[in-house]
Ligand binder design. Structure first.
Ligand SMILES: *Cc1c(COP(=O)(O)O)cnc(C)c1O
Length: 400
């Protein structure tokens, strides 16, 4: 088997039109979002307007990171010390981190083999813990039945904040991910669907919520210079009642993102062509389960996951090792200690230890892979060949 030589962390270069827009900002010297001339709409405000339109939301706030967007959403909702916040047992560290940032306590909910929130366990935990909010993490781009989720949350009057770091551009039944609750939180960190190095976007249709979020982000009294903010009268009391916790986006990053937003839909098609090629191959392999994607879900295949429900730890390690030898980087979420971005809930020692037998059993057999757009379709076919080969080999050895 020929080794694969592509890099799983190499994103595409920033396009020339985005570079030109960035250079223009640099030449102007006006990098701060409120450093505008007369009533000019600066790049950050323009990005907020464009992203709100893309998302179909009334309001949008651009900020420093996806993690900051989540913590700000929690704060703007009034979540604080001692409150309980439900979230997925399978997610990445910025999510429990955002909950910790406001002094709240994370309560983890089990996931299903399709890597989405287990609605039965969610209901049980709502009844048992009386949470202030659900911070739903659409981890690795898998969406649960959003209508069923919203109906359940409505029954218990639990608000919803969506972590859409992996579902920017995704939708459920034609409705954009991030528009099902009070807020959607997005990341523009390098490994997400738009790349400004670091960055975050927070969307909402709720005027008071967004006014508080804008004040929290460090708006001073400049909220009228925003691109997709509620009217000035909404800020009347909120501006004096809300502390400044600086986390503004700057014009340089916004300029890069504005031109990327125009390419997002095309890139989603490119990601899905790559993802589906690999997923279709893997679906037929003995011993492998590829999470089901419901017809209602329009996903963004920027990464690929598969489960080996029967494999033991030794087999999992063997698969990761032989894939690596052939140049394919797989992340295993069942490892004892976190490697790279794979941390699982047992390594979040700042939250109370939680018993998640279903999630743990799934993570023990879960493998995860990035799909950068620098891979061609031929590259993806090569990667799929290697996956089929190493999985087959490891299962054969395990059975011997
Ligand atoms: C990347 C990511 C975030 C936000 O990350 P930032 O690095 O703070 O922008 C949130 N949730 C998940 C699941 C992520 O992978």
């Amino acid at each position: 088997m020929q080794p694969f030589t592509g890099s799983f962390t190499q994103q595409e270069p920033i396009a020339e039109d985005a570079i030109a827009a960035a250079v223009e900002v640099l030449r102007s010297g006006r990098l701060h979002r409120y450093n505008t001339v007369a009533d000019e709409l600066g790049p950050v405000a323009e990005l907020e307007r464009a992203y709100a339109a893309y998302q179909g939301s009334d309001y949008c706030l651009a900020c420093t990171s996806g993690g900051y967007a989540m913590a700000t959403a929690l704060r703007a909702l009034g979540v604080g010390a001692g409150d309980r916040v439900l979230t997925n047992g399978f997610t990445l560290a910025p999510v429990p981190g955002a909950i910790a940032a406001v002094g709240a306590e994370a309560v983890l909910v089990e996931i299903t083999p399709d890597l989405v929130l287990d609605l039965e366990d969610l209901e049980a935990k709502i009844q048992a813990t009386h949470p202030k909010v659900l911070l739903l993490s659409n981890m690795r781009g898998h969406l649960c039945d959003m209508e069923a989720l919203v109906a359940l949350l409505d029954r218990y009057d639990v608000p919803l904040i969506e972590d859409c770091a992996h579902t920017m551009g995704a939708s459920w039944n034609g409705r954009k991910s991030g528009s099902f609750g009070i807020a959607g939180c997005f990341s523009t960190q390098t490994y997400k669907h738009m790349n400004s190095g670091e960055g975050g976007l927070l969307t909402s249709d709720d005027p008071e919520f967004m006014a508080r979020a804008i004040m929290l982000s460090g708006s001073y009294m400049m909220y009228e210079r925003h691109g997709a903010a509620p009217p000035a009268e909404v800020f009347h009391d909120i501006r004096l009642d809300t502390p400044n916790m600086s986390g503004r986006m700057d014009n340089l990053r916004a300029a890069i993102l504005l031109t990327q937003l125009g390419a997002l839909e095309t890139n989603i098609d490119r990601w899905n062509a790559r993802h589906d090629l690999i997923a279709d191959r893997m679906r037929g392999v003995a011993g492998v389960y590829v999470p089901h994607r419901p017809a209602q879900e329009r996903y963004v295949g920027s990464s690929f996951q598969f489960l080996m429900p029967e494999a033991d730890a030794k087999t999992m390690r063997a698969i990761v090792a032989s894939a690596k030898e052939l140049g394919v980087e797989l992340k295993w979420f069942g490892a004892d200690s976190p490697v790279g971005f794979t941390s699982n809930h047992q390594s979040w020692r700042y939250i109370p230890r939680q018993d998640l037998p279903k999630t743990d059993a799934l993570l023990a057999g879960l493998l995860d892979m990035r799909i950068p757009l620098t891979f061609s379709l031929e590259d993806c076919a090569h990667v799929a060949d290697i996956l089929v080969h190493v999985v087959g080999q490891a299962l054969q050895k395990g059975a011997a």
